[in-house]
Design a protein around this ligand. Structure first.
Ligand code: S3P
Length: 177
């Protein structure tokens, strides 16, 4: 495969946006986060977009953003947790780069994002409801995520170690020479 984008996918809290800059540095590439790009484009936060315009509008913006990113120079792309469930996004990612799944258990997700208010899909739920929703969504999404080109189990793993493991899986294809 030619050099293309490196898409980091996985559930909320999997560490995509913290691993992305480390991996990018290792590979000598730029990195972007699709949620950040959407926020810049709209001048609204992700929770505000959900609140004012609804999830469907957010998904349209996400599709548009992934389309734009896929057409640019190779870079590391931290992808919002729901994006891979959309067929257009999935086909585009698979055809324009390599897709890497950062896998974490529901327990780890809850520990990492349990009290974080920036995820509208988990907002306004008590702990028990949150746990139930994380398990349900993860069960639905995991089979799709798991069709990535590479999958890494990231429970308890440090950011640097995850970035290094991805770099080694990519076999030096992206490293500066
Ligand atoms: C979502 C994940 C979020 C963000 C939005 C919806 C999801 O991104 O795109 O809140 O459907 O899982 P992160 O995975 O970066 O938290």
């Amino acid at each position: 495969m030619e050099r293309g984008q490196i898409y980091l996918i996985g559930f909320m809290g999997a560490g995509k946006s913290t691993v992305a800059p480390h991996l990018a540095e290792e590979l000598g590439l730029e990195w972007v986060d699709t949620d950040d790009l959407i926020e810049k484009k709209t001048d609204l936060t992700v929770p505000e977009i959900f609140e004012y315009y609804g999830e469907e509008r957010f998904r349209e913006l996400e599709r548009e953003t992934i389309r734009e990113v896929s057409e640019g120079d190779p870079k590391v792309v931290a992808v919002g947790g729901g994006a891979p469930m959309d067929d257009e996004n999935w086909e585009r990612m698979k055809s324009t780069g390599v897709v890497v799944y950062l896998e974490v258990s529901p327990k780890e997700v809850i520990e990492r994002v349990g009290s974080d208010g920036s995820r509208p899909l988990l907002a306004d739920l008590n702990l028990e409801e949150k746990e139930e929703k994380v398990r349900r969504l993860l069960k639905k999404r995991h089979p799709k995520y798991n069709r990535a080109d590479h999958a890494l189990l990231c429970n308890g793993a440090g950011t640097g170690a995850v970035a290094e493991e991805i770099a080694s899986k990519l076999n030096g294809k992206y490293e500066d020479s």
